[in-house]
Design a binder for this molecule. Sequence first.
Ligand SMILES: *[C@@H]1O[C@H](CO)[C@@H](O)[C@H](O)[C@H]1NC(C)=O
Ligand SMILES: *[C@@H]1O[C@H](CO)[C@@H](O)[C@H](O)[C@H]1NC(C)=O
Ligand SMILES: *[C@@H]1O[C@H](CO)[C@@H](O)[C@H](O)[C@H]1NC(C)=O
Ligand SMILES: *[C@@H]1O[C@H](CO)[C@@H](O)[C@H](O)[C@H]1NC(C)=O
Ligand SMILES: *[C@@H]1O[C@H](CO)[C@@H](O)[C@H](O)[C@H]1NC(C)=O
Ligand SMILES: *[C@@H]1O[C@H](CO)[C@@H](O)[C@H](O)[C@H]1NC(C)=O
Ligand SMILES: *[C@@H]1O[C@H](CO)[C@@H](O)[C@H](O)[C@H]1NC(C)=O
Ligand SMILES: *[C@@H]1O[C@H](CO)[C@@H](O)[C@H](O)[C@H]1NC(C)=O
Length: 497
Amino acid sequence: MKKSGVLATLLPLVAADSDAANPQLRVAFHGDDGMMVSWNTFNHVPRPSVFWGKSKDHLTNIASSAVSVTYPTSTTYNNHVLIQGLKPDTTYYYLPAQLNEDTCYEPFNFTTSRRVGDKTPFSVAVVADLGTMGSEGLSTSAGKGVSSNNILRPGEKNTIDSLISSMPEYEFLWHVGDFAYADYWLKEEIQGYLPNTTVEEGYKVYESILNEFYNEMMPVTASRAYMVGPGNHEANCDNGGTTDKAHNITYGLSICMPGQTNFTGFKNHFRMPSDVSRGTGNFWYSWNSGMAHFIQLDTETDLGHGFIGPDEIGGTEGEGASPVNSKMNAQVNWLEADLKAVDRRKTPWVIVGGHRPWYLSYKNVTSTICWSCKDVFEPLFIKYDVDLVLTGHAHIYERQAPIAEGKIDPRELNNPTSPWYITNGAAGHYDGLDTLQSPRQQFSRFSLDTNNATYGWSKLTFHNSTHLTHEFVASNNNTVLDSATLYKSHKCEWLER
Ligand SMILES: *[C@@H]1O[C@H](CO)[C@@H](O)[C@H](O)[C@H]1NC(C)=O
Ligand SMILES: *[C@@H]1O[C@H](CO)[C@@H](O)[C@H](O)[C@H]1NC(C)=O
Ligand SMILES: *[C@@H]1O[C@H](CO)[C@@H](O)[C@H](O)[C@H]1NC(C)=O
Ligand SMILES: *[C@@H]1O[C@H](CO)[C@@H](O)[C@H](O)[C@H]1NC(C)=O
Ligand SMILES: *[C@@H]1O[C@H](CO)[C@@H](O)[C@H](O)[C@H]1NC(C)=O
Ligand SMILES: *[C@@H]1O[C@H](CO)[C@@H](O)[C@H](O)[C@H]1NC(C)=O
Ligand SMILES: *[C@@H]1O[C@H](CO)[C@@H](O)[C@H](O)[C@H]1NC(C)=O
Ligand SMILES: *[C@@H]1O[C@H](CO)[C@@H](O)[C@H](O)[C@H]1NC(C)=O
C-alpha cells in the first residue's frame, strides 16, 4: 500500500526499525459493535492508533488509546486499541498506524460478529495446546526423549498451516489455553534441541518462542477474531516438567519468567471482552455471535473452593499458582449470572470452553483431571442446559457422550438433557501427543492419541437452532477424521428453570 497522507501527517510515528517484523497482530470481538485490535512493538507507543474504514482505499476513521503495556523481561510492548460503532457481520479494513514505518503493509481486514439472533449457519475453529511450530517448537526433529510418533513427518502440514489454509471455512478462532509453550525453552535446551543458554539469559529464549508463536498465528489472528482463555502454560514455572538429572537440578521453582508468574504475559497480550460481559480480564467472559452464546471459563484459578493449589496444578508450579484474584466464588457467581441472562430464543446454543477436562479416558491424576472444576461448574452446566463443553490440556482428542454427574445420557446426541463434552488438546506443540487409557472410559465415543500420530483442530458448525456439528480436522491434509452432530430441540428452555 502507498503510505497514506493521513498516516504520515497526523501521527507522530514511532521509529522502530524492527517493529514491522514483529507485529503479532490480532483482533478480538468486543461487544455487539466493537473490535479490539492488538499488536506488539519493540518500543513504547504513546498513542497507539488504528486507521479503519469500509473500503480498503479509504481508511478514513481513526481509533486510538493510551494502552501500550509491557512487563519485566518482555522484549515488546502490547498495544491495544478498541474500534467501536461497527455494524454486525461486516468486513472492515484497518491498519495500525505504527506498523507501516518500514514495511508497507496492505490494510488488513476483519469481519465483526453476527447480530445476536441471526440464524444464518456458520462455523468456528477451536484449538487448545497449540504451541510454536518450527525450529523452536514442533518440527521434523526433536530432542532426546521425544516419541518419534510425535515428530512431524517431512512435509507434514502442522496445525497453524491448516488453520491458515482453512480460514474461509470459519468465522473466528477460539483458543482455550496453552499458547506458545514458551516455558518449554529449558526442556528444549536440556533435551539438546535448542542451544544452551544461561539461566540469566533464559528469558530471551522464552520471549523469542513467545514472539515467534504470535507471529506465526498472525495470518489467522489479523483477520479472524482470536478469542482466548488461560491454560497452565501461561503460568507454569516448571518449564515443561523438567528436571536436569545430569546436574541434579530441578528447575521447578527456580526459573520462573515474570511473563509466566500470575499469567502476566497473558494479561498483557490480550484484551478479551470481559468489561462488556461483567467478567474478569482474559480469564472469564462471554460473547455472542448469531445463534450462539460462548462462555470462556478459567480452570486455572478462582474456582469455588478458592484457587487451584500447587498440587492440583502439577506439583512444581511455584509462585505461578498464585491466584489472579482469589475472591471466593467470584467466577462461579459470574457464571451463574451469565447463564441466567442468556436469552435462548435469540441464542439457543450455549457453548462453554475451558482448559482442563474432567470426563476423560486418562489416568486419574489431578494434574490433568480437574475435579474441582467439575464440582463447581457441572451443576450450573446441567441447571442451565449448556449444550457443549470444550476443553484441552491432555494432548489427545476424545469426543465423549453427553454426561451428567458421571451418568451417560441415554439419549446420546438425540436431544440429550446433559451437556456434551469434547476434549481436543491434539493441536501440536514441541513434544506432541499423550496416551489415553486403554480401554477407554464408557463415555468415550471416538479418540485419537499418540498411537494415531495425528494433529488436528476442532470445527464447530451451527446449522440452525437445533443442529450443531463438531468435526476433528486433521492438520496434515484438512480431512475430517471424526464428525458428530448434536440435535437439541431447544424448546421453551427459558420457561423451565
Ligand atoms: C482479508 O484479508 C485476507 C488476508 O488475511 C485476504 O485473504 C482476504 O482476501 C481479505 N478479504 C477481503 C474482503 O479483502
Ligand atoms: C544442554 O545441556 C544439557 C545438560 O544440562 C545437555 O544434555 C544438552 O545436550 C545441552 N544441549 C546442547 C545443545 O548443548
Ligand atoms: C540432589 O540434590 C539434593 C538437594 O537439592 C540432595 O538432597 C541430593 O542428595 C542430590 N542428589 C544427588 C544424586 O546428588
Ligand atoms: C502474584 O500475585 C499475587 C497477588 O497479587 C502476589 O501476592 C504475588 O506476589 C504475585 N507473584 C508474583 C511472582 O508476581
Ligand atoms: C479419582 O481421584 C479422585 C481424587 O484425586 C478420587 O476422589 C476419585 O474417586 C477418583 N476417581 C476414580 C474413578 O478413580
Ligand atoms: C488410532 O490408533 C489405534 C491404536 O493403534 C487404532 O486402534 C485406531 O484404529 C486408530 N484410530 C484411527 C481413527 O485411526
Ligand atoms: C489425512 O491425514 C490423516 C492423518 O493425519 C490420515 O489418517 C488420513 O488417511 C489422510 N487422508 C487422506 C485423504 O489423505
Ligand atoms: C437444521 O439443520 C440440519 C442439519 O443441516 C437439518 O438436517 C435440519 O433439517 C435443519 N432444521 C431445520 C428446521 O431447518
